[in-house]
Design a protein around this ligand. Sequence first.
Ligand SMILES: [Ca+2]
Ligand SMILES: [Ca+2]
Length: 197
Amino acid sequence: MTSHKRRKWGATLGSVLVLLGSVLVLRLIVLVTAMAMTYWMPGFASAAGVTRVIGGGTGTFDADLDGDGRIDGSQFGIGVVILGNGAASGHFLCLMAGRSEILGLHLMSVQGQVTGGVLNADGTAMFSGTAAVNLGNGTIFQGVPFRVSVSPGGPGSGTLQLTVVGAFDGVPGDTVPGNSNYDLPPETVRSGQIAMA
Ligand SMILES: [Ca+2]
Ligand SMILES: [Ca+2]
């Protein structure tokens, strides 16, 4: 092996280790988020007109978005309180790592602060805010608007759909090219659940 190749392999190994570390940290965040919501959120339950949206687990797009032969999906954590009149607070986390290379990269996470949300008449909910979008290559965009639509349920029934507003239009996985947004297809809960109460 030439020294050039050794350097290249060394750099590749370094990148892989960094990604693995990021994946483990974010998996921990998902787990802790889900656990924290389970114990912390009941305190909001009694407030009139307030709805909690709590979720954690994995989802699947039921499609191979990037053409690598594997079905893509994400890990998610949701802890949102919808307050009425369009207001909401809480957090959203979506991690696409290891199992997908959406955007042609090995990792993408969306860590969002939720500021708005509504309940729909059909029992679904939508919430929105701004997020840190991590492309896993050292690039993190801050303050990126996003919105998420969810329907409650466990594996095979709950769904979530993420839209990153004003960025990544037309990249692999975008279902509506040309509208300036990154419109990911709906995901179905594969493990865990999304609960609304
Ligand atoms: Ca794939
Ligand atoms: Ca689009």
